[in-house]
Design a protein around this ligand. Structure first.
Ligand SMILES: [Zn+2]
Ligand SMILES: [Zn+2]
Length: 392
């Protein structure tokens, strides 16, 4: 380790325990933001708080006052009741850091400490973005609206990954996370007596038919190179066993790795719902929430990130794993405005059970904190040099 001293590592672990014990849901990260500010204060790093509500942005000046290299961490927890038995388990009922964002926040604070202690400033200014509300996919957009990446030339984000051991990182080219769009379909029929369905238009029947057809939309198009998923997660209808439902509401999510496929599915869902409703004399209306795009890692910046991993973590530190992640991550919103790369930091804990992210028993190996901070510090410095060498 060049940047992360044992003292910094100890402080990162203590911060992680504190954040884990006091998790906060999206847009409610007040205590978390306070902890971030306190730590930055203690280490003499300047910052702005209250960005988009609870976001915090720290700025480390560079040798020259050029374009900015940014690193981003998310701070929110999930509505999950923790069941890990950890000594620092959540004290906030029904809320848990089940995705490792407590780790991400600690890692970025470790970077802040390392840069604050550095013998000389980085080649270009480094900005640390502590972002709220990643899990609901609105935090990144809000941080962007507040102008936090206007002067950013390059940005990096990282997620802990319990599929790989500590010391390894995943730095892949191309699409590494899917786009995500949420849809809501309201079916309106005509209510009536359950004994005389011929007098009514059954919204449940129409809704079931639509839900079944939506599953078919991706089955034909799904290939290894172009995966996409349409899932209906909510179906609400009906008021009584002897009343035919007048309305039914279906809500679901589209995940796609390819932008053309994303648009095709958007359109196909609308058409499918309309056609089926018409066939049964019903009416549908459809709403789409403003979604988030896929993350696409650019080859030349991936090369920089890979070289940096080899020099800072060791030449065998990169895992070559095929890209199959169908989850979405709102880091993609930053990449609509600037260049960057999203990496994964190995955090597999051999001793613990390997509970998946978002589960009540999720945990990770805290050795990943020092590795993640070491890597991101090196990456921000290397990126500054890289940008400088190529001219601004
Ligand atoms: Zn998550
Ligand atoms: Zn996450």
């Amino acid at each position: 380790m060049r940047w992360i001293t044992p003292e910094i590592e100890r402080e990162m672990i203590a911060i992680r325990h504190d954040l884990h014990r006091h998790p906060e849901l999206s847009w409610q990260e007040y205590r978390t933001a306070d902890k971030v500010c306190q730590t930055l204060n203690n280490h003499g790093v300047t910052y702005t708080e209250g960005i988009a509500g609870v976001g915090v942005v720290a700025d480390i000046p560079g040798k020259v006052n050029g374009p900015v290299i940014a690193l981003r961490a998310d701070m929110d927890a999930l509505p999950v009741q923790e069941d890990t038995g950890l000594s620092f388990a959540s004290e906030n009922p029904g809320v848990m850091h089940a995705c490792g964002h407590d780790g991400h926040t600690s890692i970025l604070l470790g970077v802040a400490m390392a840069l604050a202690d550095a013998p000389e400033p980085p080649p270009l200014p480094i900005r640390l973005l502590f972002q709220p509300a990643e899990e609901v996919a609105t935090g990144a957009k809000a941080m962007i609206r507040e102008g936090t990446i206007k002067d950013v030339r390059m940005i990096f984000g990282a997620h802990l990954d319990c599929n790989h051991p500590v010391g390894k990182v995943v730095v892949n080219e191309g699409v590494v996370s899917a786009s995500r769009d949420v849809f809501r379909i309201k079916v309106t029929g005509r209510g009536g007596h359950a004994a005389r369905p011929q007098e009514a238009i059954d919204a449940i029947k129409i809704g079931i038919h639509i839900a079944q057809e939506l599953q078919q939309l991706t089955s034909g198009a799904m290939t290894a190179s172009n995966p996409a998923v349409v899932s209906v997660g909510c179906f609400q209808a009906g008021t009584a066993p002897n009343v035919i439902a007048e309305t039914a509401v279906l809500e679901g999510t589209i995940y796609a790795q390819d932008q053309a496929e994303r648009l095709r599915l958007n359109e196909a869902i609308r058409e499918t719902a309309q056609t089926i409703a018409q066939q049964h004399n019903g009416i549908v209306s459809m709403e789409m929430e403003e979604g988030i795009p896929a993350i696409e890692n650019k080859p030349e910046i991936v090369q920089l990130a890979r070289e940096t991993a080899r020099s800072s973590l060791g030449k065998d530190s990169i895992v070559d794993t095929p890209v199959t992640n169908m989850g979405a991550e709102d880091f993609s919103c930053f990449l609509e405005h600037t260049e960057g790369v999203y990496v994964r930091i190995g955090s597999w804990n051999m001793a613990a059970n390997i509970a998946p992210a978002h589960s009540s028993q999720f945990d990770f190996d805290e050795g990943a904190l020092a590795v993640g901070a070491e890597y991101l510090t090196s990456l921000a410095i290397a990126a500054g040099k890289w940008v400088q060498e190529r001219g601004f």
